[in-house]
Write a protein that binds this ligand. Structure first.
Ligand code: FBP
Length: 331
């Protein structure tokens, strides 16, 4: 099994990026260990605090965030970090080359039920144009130089891209090494599987409801084939399934909060997952535009997400482009 660093050298990944992903894999091993310990290490349950998103923080949210911050900011290539759990950015080395935005523990509602969670990261170049502070991070996803996630499941997997295809490494707990177990993932263009939180149905736009209605109608409806549904409630795990066998994952517009119609965050959920999916031949759209073309205005801004098998994303977008009167379309 090819080891971690030789794979990156083989891919001619620049030394600074190799150092950054090497630091991230060290963090991943530590977080994986804590998750495996679970209640034995007293890391389950919530704190009494809320994060910038207004969510109650889990103990492991705080622990994973602190671990990533501490270890990443010791790396001389790191100019600054932004985290789901931090209001503002945290500065590192003034001459650091990279900016890292991360979701330290994605799917945190799964922690206390021993289900899958993950860490998501996005790496940008530190601008050399005089920008400072948060402004440095406000770059479109297409400018990412690396993106990936760690999936803490039955096995711990590190999945990332530096723009040369998607690589999958699995942690061998016996030797404490991530070993290459898959590469050049390709998402099938067609699929019979979709992932959405159906309990939000009444809050969606009529066009999204029409799209889902026709999936549920299966071979008795205009799609003339049956679809299966999955929802793990951790974006990392749902997107990993899409990368492995295709599918459509979406967290769409929602009418509940006029000022916050979206759930997922652009900088450390939407953009990194979009880069991975596109590198594997899929598509990633916000419902309005290609996710990676969005010009960010805030490090915690939210975005609609429709990603996965290219033809199915295309079909979903065709429904969304219909005016709300039509409902079902001639797909
Ligand atoms: P965080 O856990 O990092 O806040 O992420 C949000 C998230 O958990 C996604 O991973 C997941 O896709 C979604 O929210 C689940 O939402 P819901 O609770 O509506 O099922």
């Amino acid at each position: 099994m090819q080891r971690f660093i030789p794979t990156l050298r083989r891919d001619h990944v620049e030394e600074g990026l190799i150092s950054v992903i090497n630091t991230l894999q060290i963090c991943a091993k530590e977080i994986s260990h804590r998750l495996h310990q679970g209640e034995l290490a007293g890391v389950l349950g919530s704190t009494l605090d809320e994060n910038i998103q207004g969510e109650t923080q889990k103990k492991l949210d705080v622990l994973a965030n602190q671990l990533l911050k501490d270890i990443l900011l010791e790396n001389k290539f790191v100019r600054a970090v932004a985290s789901e759990e931090e209001e503002g950015i945290v500065e590192g080395f003034a001459d650091g080359k990279y900016l890292i935005a991360f979701d330290p523990l994605d799917g945190s509602s799964n922690i206390d039920i021993n289900s899958m969670v993950g860490t998501i990261f996005s790496v940008l170049r530190a601008p050399q144009d005089g920008r400072t502070g948060t402004d440095m991070f406000l770059q479109p996803g297409r400018d990412q130089v690396m993106a990936g996630y760690v999936l803490y499941g039955p096995s711990t997997m590190l999945v990332f891209t530096t723009g040369k295809g998607v690589r999958v490494f699995t942690l061998d707990h016996m030797v404490g090494e991530f070993l290459l177990t898959d590469e050049d993932l390709e998402i099938p263009t067609e699929t019979c599987e979709f992932a959405i939180n159906m309990s939000n149905y009444r809050h969606w736009q009529p066009q999204m409801r029409a799209y889902i209605d026709d999936l549920l109608a299966g071979d008795t409806g205009p799609r003339c084939k049956n679809f299966n549904m999955r929802w793990i409630a951790a974006m990392v795990a749902d997107v990993h399934r899409v990368l492995c066998r295709g599918g459509l994952f979406t967290y769409p517009w929602d009418s509940r909060k006029a000022n916050k119609p979206y759930k997922l965050r652009l900088m450390y959920e939407g953009n990194p997952m979009a880069m991975l999916v596109e590198q594997a031949g899929g598509r990633a759209h916000s419902g309005e535009q290609r996710i990676m073309d969005i010009e960010p205005t805030d490090i915690h801004q939210r975005v609609g997400v429709i990603l996965g098998s290219a033809n199915e994303v295309e079909t979903c977008l065709r429904y969304l482009q219909q005016d709300s009167q039509n409902g079902a379309t001639d797909v």
